[in-house]
Ligand binder design. Structure first.
Ligand SMILES: [Zn+2]
Length: 190
């Protein structure tokens, strides 16, 4: 299925559930995000000038699917308190709370990326699946970077050669050592 047919199908599916959809002519949103799905606001937005626009569209659509198809899972892990903390809210939170929100976020993103890869395969979408898996791995591990530096990294391209090209079990992403390992090899390669 080509990109346009898929986007049309996804939009119609979300319209049927009353989601407000915005495809905005910009490179990113405040905070460095290229897209988001916020369940309680029924908001789906993607920046069309991001170089990975279609990847981001598929990823955010998978957050909508998570919410729709597995509401209990989404309710448990999709509250994004970690993102609120990153944005400067929740600044009274203890380290233990932030660590537990980080684990929730990693859980949500890991499930989302698995869904995205299944969709890419199911609809034979015009995305390089090996490259997508690497980006997904770099992205999920980058949540540890965000925990360490209180912001998302600007660019993940520089670590794509340092992450696995297969999606691992959730325990891999919950283990901080796997992030530290990538970070160290990045520093060594400089
Ligand atoms: Zn996500």
């Amino acid at each position: 299925m080509n990109q346009f047919t898929f986007i049309g199908m996804a939009i119609m599916n979300m319209v049927n559930y009353g989601i407000d959809i915005k495809l905005l002519n910009k490179r990113q949103f405040k905070g460095g995000y290229a897209g988001f799905y916020i369940s309680n606001q029924k908001a789906f937005e993607v920046a069309t000038q991001d170089p990975s626009f279609f990847d981001v569209f598929v990823h955010e659509y998978c957050h909508f699917l998570q919410h729709n198809e597995d509401p209990n899972f989404f309710k448990k892990y999709g509250h994004c308190k970690f993102i609120q903390w990153l944005s400067g809210y929740q600044n009274q939170a203890t380290d233990e709370e932030v660590d537990s929100w980080l684990m929730d976020g990693i859980m949500l993103e890991h499930d989302c990326e698995k869904r995205a890869i299944n969709l890419i395969k199911k609809y034979k979408l015009p995305l390089d699946i090996e490259a997508y898996k690497k980006s997904a791995n770099a992205y999920i591990l980058s949540w540890w970077y965000a925990r360490e530096f209180c912001r998302m990294p600007n660019n993940l391209n520089c670590v794509l050669d340092l992450v696995p090209n297969t999606i691992k079990n959730i325990s891999f992403y919950r283990n901080k050592n796997n992030y530290l390992n990538v970070r160290q090899r990045f520093i060594d390669a400089k």
